[in-house]
Design a protein. Structure first.
Lengths: 418, 300
């Protein structure tokens, strides 16, 4: 398929490679490998099938168009950043990296990414959320193919049988969850882990209530935590949620131990294996009727790392990024992978093709990026929020005290209120 | 023609040639990372360091930040609790089983090998399975306890901050018992049966013969078991991550999970290195104890 036969490396290159490995053995510094001019590497976290093969198809097609061969390098999601950092220290970053939206600011801040506009990718056709998602401090670094968010999954059969409407407000959710709690079954399953899983799920309560990660001790922020704690105290949510990942919440829902759950469309492959559970999705309930449901936006963006040794490659890399994120590519990927396309045309088509997931399209249109305001400091905020969440849920601290502690923790680590 | 090095010099050189490969290996794979880690703890080593290659020295700043964080003190204390609790349980049960199996009885070999199973299971797998077993509502353990009417309400094994550390210790004991049992059993086999028989003839009861004959002769083995156990326990990371992720509310955070958090989640490698160094110092103290104890054994 790719009849490229690169000429044998010239002698000086071989000598350099030998010298490099000798130096490496002696001093343990990494060396940039010589790159094949016809082979481009795209690093992503698509280790799972069928995503990996789907990606390879798209990448092959885009490679053909750009006249190069594309090599897909997939590493597990939690190892992508450490791996990229190691590669950065040895000047051997791949040509394109698919970065999680919350990691992008740090790479941009370190000067590791090329602004996409400089490589000829226009930004004027982008929606505001697509622009915000891929930007850091006003510069557009990452093109997203699809994004996701979280919503309220519910057991449609059960709710219909009990005559309960899908809840839209906090009060409705409280009543519905209490009514659906029975025997071994809880009304609602969430993840309240102190890691990103649980924090991600806490943000819709915080943000929809007008709370803010920069004002964790504000009345609106504290009220959001009080609400979640009250659901556990009333017995509608299991106290074990402090140990549940989002996948665990999904397992509980599938097993019938929870009538509703907060979760994302990435659980679809597992949900589809259990057709006996007739689920449906709604937006995350809001404090009062008429409020906007604000959930975090998640997903990955294609970025082009700086290639000082060979800037010409950046140009081709940008061509690949453009090809991977066309509206058609967005629609195709989102439909297959149950994510939401950012492009407005693709989003409308998506509503028609996957109507059961269209609440996610609404959720994404009002969703907020975690790094929008706090940028590279997000991890500090996330850890403080996770700690507060668990302290309050386990009764170690009142929601008020927990959030005040979190605010203090953030201020001492970032040096003041942003 | 002089082709031969003078004999005395060659003799002086020969031992070094034998030591050289091991020495080179140690320097490269232990010495270098160790020194690097110490140096890193005095540097502002963050995310951008990987791109710019710059990690300015910031004196004691990392140390001050880590030591003034109340989470550090709490984690240090919990690490010690965890280690002492795990070792006491592992060693006590391991010793009891070793003594039990040192008497010959039918099927003892089969049972002994079955007891080895927990050792063969990867830590992450064991952690994941135990997390399910210990789940407050759907866990097998609570179901069993309630069916047997041993508890009236479900025990919050991993979901209560007051209970979680104890639960992690119990799982770690389960994992560590086979190792202790095997090594101690091996040591018991080395003790000549005549000695114990002689003690019995002299009128020693089972307790007296254990504490005055068996245990003193087993001392070198006991030291090895405890020191190795200490080193693998004090740096615990994978089991805690799989069981509780350091939660709930940091109640199972240890030095191992703290250094992981600082380095790989907060990406502050300088501060992570500080905690790593504290762990190394702790291990070194016990390594010194081990070396001393061993020297005593040889001199006797």
């Amino acid at each position: 398929m790719h009849p490229h036969h690169p000429p044998p490396p010239p002698r000086h290159r071989r000598v350099r490679a030998a010298a490099c490995s000798a130096a490496m053995a002696l001093t343990l510094v990494g060396c940039a490998a010589e790159r094949d001019p016809n082979v481009y590497t795209i690093m992503n976290s698509g280790t799972d099938e069928p995503y990996h093969s789907w990606d390879q198809e798209v990448m092959d097609a885009c490679g053909d168009r750009a006249g190069v061969e594309v090599h897909q390098l997939s590493v597990p999601a939690d190892q992508l950043v450490p791996k990229a950092l190691r590669m950065a220290s040895s000047d051997s970053l791949p040509d394109v990296i698919s970065l999680d939206g919350s990691d992008l600011p740090q790479f941009a801040e370190a000067g590791g990414l090329v602004p996409l506009e400089r490589l000829g990718l226009p930004t004027d056709g982008l929606t505001e959320s697509a622009l915000a998602f891929g930007s850091y401090e006003g510069v557009y670094y990452g093109a997203a193919r699809s994004v996701n968010s979280i919503g309220l999954f519910y057991d449609a059969d059960l709710l219909a049988r009990e005559g309960i409407e899908p809840p839209a407000t906090w009060e409705e959710l409280r009543t519905a969850a209490a009514a659906l709690t029975e025997g071994d079954r809880y009304g609602l399953a969430i993840s309240a882990l102190a890691t990103e899983d649980g924090v991600y799920q806490f943000l819709p309560w915080l943000w929809s209530n007008g709370g803010d990660e920069r004002e964790l001790d504000s009345p609106a922020s504290v009220e959001a935590l009080e609400y979640v704690v009250s659901l556990v105290e009333e017995g509608s949510v299991s106290p074990s949620v402090v140990n549940w990942t989002q996948a665990d919440a999904n397992d509980q829902f599938i097993a019938g131990n929870a009538a509703m759950m907060v979760n994302g469309p990435w659980q679809m492959p597992v949900l589809r294996e259990h057709p006996e559970r007739a689920w449906a999705v709604a937006e995350i309930p809001v404090p009062a009727e008429g409020d906007t449901s604000v959930a975090p936006i998640g997903g990955e963006a294609y970025t082009v790392p700086v290639n000082a040794a060979d800037p010409g490659r950046e140009q081709v890399a940008a061509e690949l990024v453009a090809c991977l994120t066309t509206p058609e590519a967005q629609l195709d990927w989102s439909t297959k992978g149950s994510n939401v396309p950012l492009d407005p045309w693709a989003a409308e088509r998506y509503r028609d093709e996957v109507p059961e997931l269209s609440p996610f399209v609404d959720q994404v249109s009002t969703a907020r990026s975690r790094t929008e305001h706090v940028g590279t400091e997000w991890n500090t905020y996330s850890q403080a929020i996770g700690t507060a969440l668990q302290a309050a849920l386990t009764g170690r601290a009142s929601p008020q005290d927990a959030m005040e502690r979190a605010q203090e923790q953030v201020e001492s680590q970032t040096g003041g209120r942003p | 023609m002089r082709t031969r090095t003078p004999a005395p010099r060659r003799r002086a050189l020969t031992p070094w040639l034998f030591v050289a490969p091991a020495l080179a290996y140690m320097l490269l794979f232990f010495g270098y990372p160790l020194v690097r880690n110490v140096v890193m703890s005095f540097q502002d080593y963050t995310f951008s360091t990987y791109f710019t290659g710059e990690a300015p020295f910031n004196g004691l700043e990392n140390w001050r930040t880590v030591f003034s964080d109340e989470l550090f003190g709490a984690s240090l204390w919990r690490t010690l609790l965890f280690t002492v609790g795990s070792l006491a349980g592992q060693f006590g049960i391991g010793m009891a089983l070793a003594l039990f199996f040192s008497r010959r009885f039918p099927l003892s070999g089969v049972m002994r090998s079955l007891l080895l199973l927990p050792w063969l299971i990867p830590m992450v797998v064991a952690g994941t399975v135990w997390r399910r077993v210990l789940d407050q509502e759907t866990g097998v353990l609570n179901e069993a306890l309630q069916a047997l009417h041993l508890t009236s309400s479900a025990v919050p094994w991993l979901s209560s901050p007051d209970q979680a550390l104890l639960s992690v210790v119990l799982v770690n004991i389960w994992i560590g018992v086979p190792f202790n049992m095997v090594i101690l059993y091996g040591g018991l086999q080395e003790i000549p049966a005549e000695l114990r028989e002689a003690a019995v003839l002299d009128g020693a009861g089972p307790f007296r013969s254990f504490f005055s004959v068996t245990l003193p002769l087993l001392r070198p083995v006991v030291t090895v078991v405890l020191v190795l156990g200490f080193m693998s326990t004090v740096k615990i990371l994978d089991l805690v991550l799989a069981l509780t992720n350091g939660g709930p509310a940091h109640s199972t955070e240890t030095l191992g999970t703290l250094t992981y958090q600082l380095s790989f989640l907060r990406l502050d490698f300088g501060q992570g290195a500080v905690v790593g160094n504290v762990l190394i110092v702790l291990s070194m103290v016990f390594a010194a104890v081990y070396l001393r104890a061993n020297r005593g054994g040889v001199n006797r």
